[in-house]
Write a protein that binds this ligand. Structure first.
Ligand code: ATP
Ligand code: MG
Length: 140
């Protein structure tokens, strides 16, 4: 195993409910270091660009709408095996399938408003980090 970096978002449904601290604590308690963090209100163009891989999916409009509906915390998490472990800590996309103890089990409202995002592979982690952060904003 190796130390990795992954990209994470605390989505608007969660920032709206003041869950930024609670969710960040779950990452830190799991052993991750938050090595970059900022609060952004996504433009439609930024949300469509970020989620371009899903543009043909029936839920794309709803997804973009929800990401533009309020502030998002974008973060870089660093730790052992961070990409896969972050996905475990987040839990399944649909909160009704998410395991006990996961972020989505604790906080997600629905499959659309599911509180967090995490990169799914090393390539997407690099691309997503570069989409939101310059090198000087990442302090590892
Ligand atoms: P994410 O990429 O946000 O970490 P994920 O990898 O678990 O989540 P994806 O399949 O990549 O899930 O879907 C991206 C996002 O699109 C989901 O997190 C969710 O917000 C939204 N989404 C996915 N499926 C649906 C659906 N059936 N209805 C509404 N929204 C959906
Ligand atoms: Mg995904």
């Amino acid at each position: 195993m190796a130390v990795e970096r992954t990209f994470s978002m605390i989505k608007p449904d969660a920032t709206r409910r003041n869950l930024t601290g609670a969710i960040t604590k779950m990452f830190e308690d799991a052993g991750f270091s938050v090595i970059a963090s900022k609060r952004v209100w996504m433009s439609r163009r930024e949300a469509e660009g970020f989620y371009a891989v899903h543009k043909e999916r029936p839920f794309f409009g709803e997804l973009v709408e929800s990401m533009c509906s309020g502030p998002t915390i974008v973060q870089v998490l660093q730790g052992e095996n961070a990409i896969a472990r972050n996905r475990e800590i987040m839990g399944a996309t649909n909160p009704s399938d998410a395991a006990e103890g996961t972020i989505r089990k604790a906080f997600a409202l629905s499959i659309g408003e599911n509180s967090v995002h995490g990169s799914d592979a090393p390539e997407t982690a690099s691309q997503e980090i570069a989409y939101w952060f310059s090198e000087t904003e990442i302090v590892g």
